[in-house]
Design a protein around this ligand. Structure first.
Ligand code: ZN
Length: 460
């Protein structure tokens, strides 16, 4: 999508704002320039040079294959995990005891495919405990530490995995560094997964744990292959767009949810899809020269990622990946063939691009963490045939009391929210037909940090 289209879709609602019945009508165009100084400052602290040094260090372990050595201090996944842990511990020192670091170990059973015998793996996690004891929300950002070459079972050959996925782990670490000293009411989890290439084992472990322990996990941001901007195959060089993949129809949808989705026409409005919209809106507000492009599918062809187990457990989760993937430099033995270099080498990366993508993640996470929890029991009244829309909801039961709510609106064929109304009450009468638009409600604090939007359930 081009800048021109975006501008027109933001400007259009301004002209219509006089029609709203609610108080203080607000448009997305107005909000596009409303920045929180503290988020902007954190985004400015992200460093391309730091990111490069982090990737360089990860590459230095030779291979980070999930079945590689765990006894060497210099090589293999064991040494790499210990190093990530020690870095997290450094950042934790600035948190006043609120950031804790753990090696979350789990055993993966032999499966006759990518796991030849039982193996112990571990996710390295830094958890920044929320400051509000009454707010149990959790937000996760993750990348995978393990790497591979052409043969997924080859645990010995050099597998630098600079872009896949040291880029994602470096992003997570740089975010943890910058965010550790800040106070957020919600809990933030920074995680380097293991076992992605062998079958998403680390993310499956954490997603299952979140489900079992009943975490109020509101968003999971997966970052995998986020640091290269050039494709030799196509000759395309693009460091100003990045893709965010999200599922449309939730993979774990129940019959009841499916029925509701059909009634609303909400196949483009899963919680994950609306998280992707949130990321586009907030990311572009804080990071210059980046266009967050929503891809309306769960992932690329032939590929999976660490967001998938979270989706399977019913959580909102999305995947960020660069726009132009370079398949000569992913999952490849390091070699030269016909003068062409193969392998996931650091020299093919673009750290300024990685810095911008890190900024999009940081702004999204901080904005969500500082927002109130989402409103409860959002409903649209459908008792009568009318040409207007009556919405009502309840304040979130836990955490900060919202300063008000945004009612989001868009045409049913529009990919992005086009218009928002600010209301202080827990209901809104909108002078547009519920039959012709999609609506959702966000809770918002006095600084404009908004929760994820909640779609209404029709009630009579
Ligand atoms: Zn990957």
């Amino acid at each position: 999508m081009t800048y021109k289209i975006k501008l027109s879709r933001m400007l259009a609602p301004v002209l219509l704002s006089g029609f709203f019945l609610t108080s203080s009508p607000q448009t997305l165009a107005q909000e596009a320039v409303r920045q929180d100084g503290e988020i902007k400052q954190m985004v400015n602290q992200l460093s391309a040079q730091n990111l490069e040094q982090l990737v360089q260090k990860m590459v230095s372990f030779g291979t980070r294959h999930s079945l590689s050595t765990t006894t060497s201090k210099k090589e293999g996944i064991g040494a790499a995990r210990e190093w990530v842990k020690s870095e997290f511990e450094k950042y934790a020192k600035t948190s006043g005891g609120r950031m804790t670091v753990e090696m979350d170990r789990y055993t993966v059973k032999a499966d006759g495919r990518r796991i030849p015998q039982d193996v112990e793996m571990a996710n390295v996690m830094a958890t920044l405990k929320g400051t509000d004891p009454n707010d149990d929300r959790v937000i996760i950002v993750g990348g995978h530490l393990d790497s591979r070459v052409t043969d997924v079972m080859d645990a010995k050959s050099k597998a630098p995995g600079a872009n896949d996925d040291a880029s994602g782990v470096a992003m997570v670490m740089e975010m943890a560094r910058v965010m550790a000293s800040k106070q957020f009411p919600a809990t933030l989890v920074f995680v380097a997964f293991q076992g992605e290439e062998q079958g998403l084992y680390g993310s499956k472990h954490l997603a299952d744990r979140a489900k079992k322990e009943n975490w109020n996990l509101v968003a999971m941001l997966n970052n995998d292959i986020v640091g290269n901007s050039y494709s030799a195959e196509t000759g395309l060089h693009n460091n100003t767009t990045v893709r965010v993949f999200s599922e449309g129809i939730p993979v774990n949808e129940t019959e009841e949810q499916a029925r509701l989705r059909r009634t609303l026409g909400a196949e483009n409005d899963s919680p994950s899809r609306n998280l992707a919209r949130y990321m586009e809106n907030v990311g572009e507000r804080y990071v210059d020269q980046i266009d967050v492009v929503m891809v309306h599918r769960a992932d690329r062809f032939l590929r999976g990622g660490d967001h998938t187990p979270f989706n399977q457990n019913g959580f909102a989760a999305v995947r960020m990946s660069e726009t132009n993937e370079d398949f000569d430099h992913q999952h490849q033995d390091i070699r030269k063939e016909d003068g062409k270099q193969y392998g996931d080498l650091i020299e093919y990366m673009d750290f300024e691009y990685l810095r911008k993508n890190t900024g999009v993640n940081l702004a999204t996470m901080a904005s969500l963490a500082w927002a109130p929890a989402a409103p409860d029991k959002v409903s649209v009244l459908t008792a009568d045939l009318t040409n207007t829309t009556q919405l009502q909801w309840e304040a979130p039961a836990k955490g900060e009391k919202p300063a008000g709510y945004y009612v989001l609106m868009r045409e049913t064929n529009s990919p992005a929210w086009e218009k928002k109304f600010f209301v202080k009450d827990t209901k809104a009468d909108i002078n547009y037909s519920k039959d012709n638009y999609f609506f959702a409600v966000q809770a918002v604090d006095a600084e404009g940090h908004a929760s994820l939007p909640v779609l209404p359930v029709p009630v009579r």
